[in-house]
Write a protein that binds this ligand. Structure first.
Ligand SMILES: Cc1ncc(COP(=O)(O)O)c(C=O)c1O
Length: 412
């Protein structure tokens, strides 16, 4: 790892932090270190490295322990973890995983114990919901769902839930983009007696460019790095970041056990994508806003779900206070239900009919029959997942071509 250069701005730091060309035989870009095991500089440094990795010792400031084995750590993970920190406001440490789900499940396994409660906003990513409702419950952890965006109900539940250890917010919620107030949840946590619950935010849809949960009182930020951080729909990864490095150190001990670190090649790819995250997200958000606002008056469309088109005053307030820009996701509710939605998907020529999001290419899907097909009718109704809803992740193509594609797919 290279010396850190304090005082640089984040878009410079993302290119300069954590990488020393001398450790990559002078290469201007990091090498990929695929080795599974590392040669110790001495038996004493091996002993020290094992004490540190097992959590029996704490590192001295600036200490660079020997690498041991790639399930614990490797140079490409270290470089990536150093370089993502300046992109997340308020972060001081990061940890990389081999999927977004690995980041989420490891965070929950690290901080929850039998008898604890976890409060989570719904709708939430289906994998997260299944993990809480269909798995953690069998380990004696009770999951309490609260409606995304219902600020008063969330504050009340945070104040009153016994043994509340974790609050997990996903904002905006997928696919209707309902926003949840992070700051009010953090304040409610502080009003409880004793240690406040850990506030975790899945920031996949707007971070790290447009939404900064650590600035609003969150303790941990979670990502599916598969989405905007990667940006090209060609790898699966996850990240967690915190202001308190101790939280990340605790998760590292679990990652060592679970073996869910991201492989060197993918870390190298992901690190290469970081300097362009803001450029890609800014362009995609501008595209999405232009298209969403134009489609809002289309006669075939009942409603466009997009932050600049919110009509609920609480949602408008949260968006204005919490987000720098509205982002690149919107959903269209078509007149004509499922047949109209399927016709629209069949007719698209530029946008792909695929799940996932955050790539440079535009992806469109029908949540009711794909990403949210596990919902009951009641859950779908509550989450706003209607038969006529299609979700759009806007890419960085020319917005006029995308708008023309949507309009031709909506034509009679
Ligand atoms: C908001 C959100 N969180 C977490 C995940 C899970 O991430 P991954 O697929 O990288 O495991 C997803 C995946 O779609 C997601 O959309």
């Amino acid at each position: 790892m290279a010396d850190e250069k304090p005082g640089l701005r984040s878009s410079t730091e993302v290119l300069t932090r954590g990488f020393d060309p001398r450790l990559s035989v002078g290469s201007a870009r990091p090498a990929v270190f695929r080795s599974s095991t590392y040669v110790f500089s001495s038996p004493e440094t091996a002993e020290r490295a094992f004490d540190l990795v097992a959590g029996r010792a704490t590192p001295q400031p600036g200490e660079q322990p020997d690498l041991i084995y790639s399930r614990f750590n490797h140079p490409n993970a270290e470089i990536f973890e150093s370089q993502i920190v300046p992109l997340e406001h308020g972060a001081r440490a990061a940890i990389v995983f081999n999927s977004g789900m690995a980041a989420i499940t490891t965070a929950l396994f690290t901080f929850l114990r039998p008898g604890d409660a976890i409060l989570y906003t719904v709708p939430i990513y289906g994998g997260t919901q299944s993990f809480i409702e269909g798995f953690l419950d069998s380990w004696g952890i009770s999951g309490i769902a609260v409606q995304a965006g219902d600020t008063a109900a969330i504050e009340d539940a945070i104040r009153k839930t016994p043994n509340l250890r974790v609050v997990l917010i996903e904002t905006p919620a997928n696919p209707t983009l309902t926003m949840t107030d992070i700051l009010s949840a953090a304040k409610a946590g502080l009003e409880r007696s004793g240690e406040p619950p850990l506030l975790m935010v899945d920031n996949t849809l707007l971070g790290p460019t447009f939404q900064h949960p650590l600035d609003r009182g969150a303790h941990l930020v979670l990502y599916s790095a598969t989405k905007y951080l990667s940006g090209f729909s060609d790898l699966i990864g996850g990240v967690a970041l915190a202001t308190d490095p101790e939280l990340i150190r605790k998760m590292r001990l679990k990652r060592n056990m679970f073996g869910n670190i991201l492989q060197p090649d993918e870390c190298w790819m992901l690190a290469s994508r970081l300097p362009t995250v803001r450029l890609r997200m800014n362009r995609a958000s501008k595209n999405a806003q232009r298209i969403a606002e134009r489609l809002a008056s289309h006669p075939k469309i009942r409603k466009v779900h997009y932050p600049t088109l919110f009509d609920d005053p609480n949602q408008i307030r949260i968006h204005e206070a919490q987000c720098d820009f509205p982002g690149a996701m919107f959903s269209l509710e078509l007149h004509g239900g499922k047949p109209a939605a399927f016709d629209f998907l069949r007719r698209l020529r530029l946008a792909y009919n695929a799940v996932s999001l955050g790539g440079v290419e535009t992806l469109v899907c029908h949540p009711k029959t794909t990403t949210h097909s596990g919902f009951t009718e009641a859950q779908s109704a509550e989450a706003g997942v209607t038969d006529g809803l299609v979700r759009v992740s806007v890419g960085i193509e020319d917005w006029r071509d995308l708008l023309a594609d949507f309009e031709q797919a909506l034509a009679d």
